[in-house]
Design a protein around this ligand. Structure first.
Ligand SMILES: *Cc1c(COP(=O)(O)O)cnc(C)c1O
Length: 475
């Protein structure tokens, strides 16, 4: 498998060459040159594989420069009942005939990002050890992404994490989740400021290329290709779980923000998984819904990015979206680059009425937006009808999914977080506290470990330099 850039200007590379990187050198995103095709007989053979083995047979198609025995061992270490709460790893719960919940949120941080991140932790450790390198992951978080990264990288050899968060602005649960980690390779930095201040600091450090190289600074943001491909696995798993021995097309509904999760569904479909619809669900931040309805892609400014009760979907632009556009444009890097130049100059582009936009329907995409009132109502109704409590993001997905159900086609709604993380809205919806997994009962009372820092670039650099002494780089 060879990887290229969506903007067409990167010499092909192998999987382990692109694993630790961010953007392609030409500013595009890394994509596989072609997608492996899975035929019906292969699907039939994979049907009964345990999760880790299914992950192995799928991932080996993309990570083909990692020896099979090593990859299999890594995957088995990542996907255990101990980490994910059950042997199924991602159990399916049937709500009513033809309506299912794919439970992706039983990992250590109670959100779906764990599924990919846990594997990433093992992959990073493996490749760094192989190459005798180390990596210092620098990130900014307002909650979910940071904790998933920390729980994936804790204790991993060769990796340190420096995670900036806005002091006092995360929920007590999220704060406790991150700050109660005691691992020596995890550095929580509470910055006096808001999330944007944290992000600006990360950008400033990464923009200092000599510093970045000297201290082997990297990231684990949502454009990491390995994260996307790890997510492809659960679309296959859910299809098998729901259709049993008589395969028929299914639809998926995906609460979306940076377009990483539903992109994995698109890739599964392009590989041959019988998927009818991919329902892209947004909250009030509806930049994706607007595109799928009209062809117009119009990233928003901070002033038009709303803080909602499904905060992990509060995005202004969708960082993985370029991978879909590239596919819609028949993998034409030149045209993709042109559209992103347009985004920089004009601030939007419009594919409405073009052949490229017509492919959106061929690819099965439909969409819809939700709202706070609809989330609350959806959570309440599901609790009344089925005694199941879902989180606010999953509620956006389920609310939009209802508009796109069809007789005879199972609709699988991806659960992206557990309700325990969003207690305030859950109380508003059902008048009681969401259940919390036992392991988290006392999390707010554990000792917290973090450093507090003003939003000051020089101070941050000094902190990193002290805790991540200059290391030999990649070459
Ligand atoms: C990250 C996240 C999303 C959005 O997923 P994308 O891959 O960015 O589209 C949805 N729900 C929850 C709970 C999340 O943490």
């Amino acid at each position: 498998m060879r990887y290229v850039s969506t903007r067409g200007d990167m010499p092909p590379q192998r999987f382990t060459d692109i694993l630790l990187g961010g953007l392609a050198p030409d500013g595009g995103l890394v994509v596989p040159e072609h997608l492996p095709a899975i035929d019906e007989s292969t699907l039939a053979r994979w049907r009964d594989l345990p999760y880790a083995d299914l992950a192995f047979v799928l991932l080996r198609l993309y990570c083909d420069d990692v020896p099979d025995a090593d990859l299999h061992a890594l995957v088995r270490r990542a996907y255990t009942a101990e980490t994910f709460g059950s042997d199924e790893i991602v159990p399916v719960r049937t709500l009513e005939p033809e309506l299912h919940l794919l439970r992706l949120s039983n990992g250590p941080t109670l959100a779906f990002k764990d599924v990919a991140m846990q594997l990433l932790g093992h992959l990073f450790e493996y490749v760094l050890a192989r190459d005798g390198r180390s990596l210092n992951i620098l990130g900014a978080t307002s909650g979910d992404t940071g904790s998933a990264a920390e729980y994936a990288m804790r204790g991993r050899r060769g990796v340190r994490v420096f995670m900036l968060s806005p002091a006092g602005r995360m929920s007590p649960f999220q704060t406790a989740q991150m700050f109660s980690l005691r691992d020596a390779n995890i550095h929580n930095i509470a910055v006096d400021g808001v999330f944007d201040d944290c992000q600006d600091l990360v950008k400033a450090v990464s923009g200092d290329l000599p510093f970045k190289a000297r201290h082997a600074i990297g990231t684990v943001n949502s454009i990491n290709w390995a994260r996307v491909v790890a997510q492809v696995v659960y679309y296959f798993r859910a299809f098998f779980a729901v259709t049993g021995r008589e395969p028929r097309p299914v639809s998926f509904a995906v609460p979306s923000g940076n377009f990483g999760n539903v992109l994995a569904g698109h890739i599964a479909r392009r590989m041959g998984l019988p998927v009818r619809r991919l329902v892209v669900a947004t909250n009030e931040n509806d930049v994706l819904d607007e595109f799928f309805r009209t062809g117009r892609y119009r990233p928003r400014g901070t002033a038009q990015t709303y803080a909602t009760s499904s905060p992990s979907m509060d995005i202004s632009k969708a960082s993985n979206f370029e991978r879909l556009i590239w596919d819609l444009l028949d993998r034409d890097g030149g045209r993709t680059a042109e559209l992103w130049r347009r985004l920089e100059t004009v601030g939007e582009f419009d594919l409405g009425g073009t052949a490229a936009f017509a492919r959106v329907a061929d690819f099965g995409f439909v969409s819809g937006a939700s709202s706070h009132a609809l989330r609350v109502q959806t959570i309440r109704e599901l609790d009344h009808r089925h005694g199941v409590v879902i989180d606010t993001h999953t509620a956006d997905g389920l609310a939009v999914a209802q508009r796109w159900r069809e007789p005879g086609v199972p609709m699988i709604c991806l659960e992206t977080a557990l309700p325990a993380k969003f207690a305030e809205t859950i109380r508003e919806a059902i008048g009681r506290e969401p259940e919390r997994p036992a392991a988290y009962a006392d999390i707010e009372h554990r000792t917290q470990r973090f450093v507090r820092m003003p939003a000051d670039l020089a101070l941050l650099k000094r902190y990193i330099a002290t805790h991540a002494p200059a290391a030999p780089g990649p070459g």
